[in-house]
Ligand binder design. Structure first.
Ligand SMILES: *[C@@H]1O[C@H](CO)[C@@H](O)[C@H](O)[C@H]1NC(C)=O
Ligand SMILES: *[C@@H]1O[C@H](CO)[C@@H](O)[C@H](O)[C@H]1NC(C)=O
Ligand SMILES: *[C@@H]1O[C@H](CO)[C@@H](O)[C@H](O)[C@H]1NC(C)=O
Ligand SMILES: *[C@@H]1O[C@H](CO)[C@@H](O)[C@H](O)[C@H]1NC(C)=O
Ligand SMILES: *[C@@H]1O[C@H](CO)[C@@H](O)[C@H](O)[C@H]1NC(C)=O
Ligand SMILES: *[C@@H]1O[C@H](CO)[C@@H](O)[C@H](O)[C@H]1NC(C)=O
Length: 414
């Protein structure tokens, strides 16, 4: 009986030690902020911009959090997601400042580098934050080169894990030079240049020669878009058939290679189903189906099936992938007219027939697919997948460490 009691204690002790190690291994900014509903928009944007991952990978940092009201004024001008990322990375200080340290600055002031400075995106000293402890216990924050104007103030300490991460709330967003001067945002993205450089020059040139279709693509860059560009060999061979199309069919055909939502590779792998294209008209025309086949992601038009072979760009809000064949919309081509076309894919189910109107950024209706393969695809993996792998690796590391501690304890105690 005594033995049983003792081993129960031992199990409890080991269990709590394991929990302790697990908790102290790394911080999770998403979880830290989840306890504070007034900071929920800020938290949401840390995830959307992938800054949460970068924050979790660093220690000795301070996150200057903004409440939902301060976030809505930051978002009032509908900045692009890349601009929001620059703005928020200016709110991550590469040093630890708990509430106490803020009031014990040498000379009452400090200049601190930010994550924005670390990315090299900030020209000169514009990635530095000036913190100054004013009379009366007020602590001001501002951009270093803002003419001494420190008009955002310390509100309260939110979470402190010395000296790994401190989260403090400040009264309003710090004005950032990067936000005022345009960053190389998605509007400056030249998608035809990216496609040309990535082996889809013939398709890119064809698109440039069709101003209506090109404008449709450009109009969708900011709101999110995915482009599937056919590589030069197959598209060149297809050109005579393209030239045979009427003007309006040429436009629809070219717009068929774009989807008005951003889809990372991991989203494509887990979101099988019908997809509206830039050519979709709300009556169920010009759609195709995304389907995983083993390692591959395929697109099925009902006439032919093409395979994604590479990633040219995968960064919110735009992704561009190469495909090995020309997508043939069933509205313009008959399966029988293409001698080499494989058997048509089964028609989409009735529940998929209804579509959102064109231009409304429809959310892709998806059937839950089995989890995507863990192995990375042959083409360059996307950010998400890479980050997930990294996280997975961190957890494996943590488990090994816990196991080692556990065996050591068992060894010492028995
Ligand atoms: C701080 O982070 C280090 C490694 O990044 C970790 O070993 C340590 O346990 C953490 N401390 C706390 C209090 O979480
Ligand atoms: C962080 O916490 C969030 C919310 O609890 C969770 O969804 C996410 O997977 C966590 N990330 C890591 C790296 O543990
Ligand atoms: C305080 O200011 C003096 C003179 O400007 C400088 O020499 C000193 O390094 C500063 N101390 C700190 C801790 O920044
Ligand atoms: C920060 O700004 C204040 C107010 O303009 C100024 O007095 C102080 O010298 C600045 N601190 C540093 C370290 O530049
Ligand atoms: C992209 O570059 C091509 C030439 O490479 C040019 O013709 C086109 O106008 C550019 N598009 C944009 C949106 O700048
Ligand atoms: C183009 O259309 C003409 C007339 O319909 C047809 O004879 C010809 O075979 C077509 N060419 C191609 C490449 O499809």
């Amino acid at each position: 009986m005594a033995m049983a009691g003792q081993s129960q204690h031992l199990v409890l002790l080991i269990f709590s030690l394991v929990l302790l190690f697990q908790a102290s291994n790394a911080h999770n900014i998403t979880r830290l902020l989840a306890k504070h509903p007034s900071l929920s928009t800020f938290n949401q944007y840390l995830t959307l911009t992938h800054l949460a991952l970068e924050i979790n990978h660093r220690s000795t940092i301070t996150v200057l959090a903004l409440d939902n009201a301060a976030m809505s004024s930051l978002l009032a001008k509908s900045p692009s997601i890349l601009t929001v990322k620059s703005l928020l990375s200016f709110h991550v200080l590469l040093d630890y400042f708990g509430a106490q340290k803020l009031h014990q600055l040498g000379n009452g002031t400090a200049l601190v580098a930010t994550m924005l400075q670390a990315t090299g995106a900030a020209p000169g000293a514009s990635g530095l934050v000036n913190i100054t402890d004013f009379k009366g216990g007020k602590v001001g924050f501002g951009r270093e080169d803002n003419g001494g104007n420190l008009d955002s103030f310390f509100v309260k300490s939110v979470e402190e894990i010395p000296y790994n991460i401190s989260v403090i709330q400040i009264s309003k967003a710090l004005p950032s030079a990067v936000a005022e001067a345009p960053t190389p945002g998605p509007t400056d993205l030249n998608i035809s240049d990216i496609m040309s450089a990535g082996g889809c020059k013939v398709f890119a040139d064809t698109l440039l020669a069709n101003p209506e279709a090109m404008r449709t693509y450009e109009d969708n860059v900011n709101g999110g878009m995915t482009v599937f560009c056919p590589v030069d060999g197959p598209f060149k061979a297809f050109l005579p058939k393209y030239q045979n199309l009427t003007a309006s069919n040429k436009e629809s055909f070219l717009e068929f290679f774009g989807v008005p939502v951003y889809q990372s590779m991991s989203m494509l792998k887990s979101n099988n189903g019908l997809m509206n294209t830039l050519a979709s008209d709300g009556a169920g025309n010009f759609d195709f189906t995304v389907q995983n086949e083993g390692e591959d992601v395929t697109l099925k038009t009902g006439v032919n099936t093409v395979r994604i072979t590479g990633t040219l760009l995968d960064e919110q809000p735009v992704a561009i992938y190469t495909i090995d064949e020309v997508l043939l919309p069933k509205e313009l081509f008959k399966a029988s007219s293409i001698s080499s076309a494989p058997a048509p894919a089964p028609a989409p189910g009735p529940e998929e027939a209804a579509d959102a109107p064109k231009g409304s950024k429809p959310k892709t209706k998806s059937k839950e697919a089995p989890a995507a393969d863990a192995d990375s695809p042959a083409d360059s993996p996307d950010d998400d997948a890479a980050a997930d792998d990294e996280n997975a690796a961190m957890f494996v590391g943590a488990d090994r460490f816990n196991a080692a501690v556990l065996s050591l304890l068992v060894f010492l105690l028995l």
